[in-house]
Design a protein around this ligand. Structure first.
Ligand SMILES: Cc1ncc(C[n+]2csc(CCOP(=O)(O)OP(=O)(O)O)c2C)c(N)n1
Length: 392
């Protein structure tokens, strides 16, 4: 007989903390202090995100990918792993990196264009942020294979977006991880959009969690705006992977409040009602309601947390801006051991462009030179002439 997908959803959404701040179900093992600490991380993350967007608008950092709205998924999952575990982030998981030990300053150096911003922090088990969609699924799977081989008991946590589950890499990683029973957790932050492509146009499957079924691994869909629920499923997933039972797939249902990046305008493709509906489910408000009802939080405490975050982030901005920025030639020099001819040509072209700009700024551009007639176009012409002279 043909296998027919049922008309019912294949997966139910796990939730502990409701929008009104009440809980139902067995609570995870967390002390009051730990829960407050998690909340403080969420506040810190939101404060950073807002500041980073302003920095981009001021031209002080380059393109930035905001994560406001996804704090519960990030803090809840990162809180459940050990420092000995490995994290494979995308560009959107900055809070995960900080909780794992990466300095906040590092996340500013990167969009400031400093080459050191892309470096891995010594002693922190985290890979650099991955821009190539789903590439990190294979890296995490490979690392998990190494963990298994070495018997070091570390779990490898791979973060990815909903759109990434449509990539071939994701399926190859799941297949291999399942066959080899590797200690890897694939944590999907389903924030409903892959830039302007809605979730429903990325995959016809009713859930992303059900993709676990095809690979015969445990999978779960969790309310990604419920920090307690996320923490709980992540803790169980870590236990599963660490005890040698193989990979786990988690789909955290969440929403990005802002644009895909600061270069994007979501009002071109996103309905205002949809945004408003998700704003009602804000993960920070929800957890605040819970903590307030428990007598752990009040508005003064929350304001103090925000102030503390602003102060620490301000300090990180000062330090990052003071740190020597990378030069453009470095960008070309650091990628390959031996720089290929084409990159060499681009590096020379960039150097000529910069020299022209510097001359312009100093008012010393020679009359009739490319640089004197205007930046960009003319300096490029002179670089092209140089290339032609070299016979390239
Ligand atoms: C292989 C590849 N294809 C296309 C892109 C361009 N791109 C950058 S982000 C993005 C959407 C990713 O969406 P999703 O996986 O849902 O993650 P999100 O950004 O929403 O966190 C795309 C297509 C890319 N970086 N890499």
């Amino acid at each position: 007989m043909w296998i027919q997908p049922e008309k019912q959803p294949l997966v139910e959404t796990f939730q502990l903390l409701d929008v009104d701040g009440t809980t139902h179900g067995e609570m995870p093992e967390l002390t009051d202090g730990e829960m407050l600490d998690m909340f403080q991380w969420m506040v810190f993350a939101r404060t950073f995100d807002e500041r980073a967007v302003r920095l981009q608008r001021q031209g002080r950092i380059g393109t930035y990918a905001p994560f406001s709205g996804q704090e519960a998924a990030q803090v809840g999952s990162a809180y459940a792993i050990e420092k000995t575990d490995w994290v494979f982030p995308t560009y959107r998981e900055l809070p995960v990196l900080w909780i794992h030990g990466t300095p906040v300053k590092q996340s500013l150096l990167y969009p400031m264009g400093a080459v050191s911003g892309g470096a891995v922090t010594k002693g922190v088990n985290a890979f650099p942020v991955q821009i190539i969609i789903a590439a990190q699924t294979l890296h995490a799977m490979g690392s998990a294979w190494a963990s298994q081989y070495l018997g070091d008991k570390s779990v490898n946590v791979c973060y990815l977006g909903d759109g990434a589950t449509a990539q071939g890499d994701f399926h190859e990683a799941l297949n291999f991880a399942s066959v080899m029973k590797l200690p890897v957790i694939f944590f999907i932050q389903n924030n409903q959009w892959a830039i302007s492509v809605p979730r429903g146009r990325q995959a016809a499957s009713r859930t992303l969690a059900q993709k676990a079924v095809a690979y015969d691994i445990p999978g779960i869909q969790v309310d990604g705006n419920d920090i307690l629920g996320v923490y709980k499923v992540m803790t169980e997933a870590v236990e599963h992977a660490r005890s040698g039972l193989g990979p786990v797939l988690i789909e955290a249902l969440t929403y990005r409040h802002g644009p895909h990046t600061t270069s994007d305008d979501p009002t071109r493709y996103r309905d205002a009602d949809e945004v408003a509906m998700w704003m009602q489910r804000d993960p920070i408000t929800r957890f605040a309601r819970f903590l307030t009802a428990r007598g752990l939080l009040d508005s003064a405490k929350e304001a103090a947390m925000r102030e503390d975050a602003e102060q620490r982030i301000g300090q990180a901005v000062i330090e990052a801006e003071a740190e020597a920025k990378g030069t453009l030639p470095e960008v070309f020099d650091m990628v390959y051991g031996t720089v290929p001819r084409e990159l060499e040509r681009q590096r020379d072209e960039a150097a000529t462009l910069l020299a022209g700009k510097a001359q312009m700024a100093a008012g010393t551009a020679p009359v009739g030179s490319g640089a004197s007639a205007g930046p960009g176009v003319n300096t490029r012409t002179s670089a092209q002439t140089a290339s032609t002279a070299k016979g390239e």
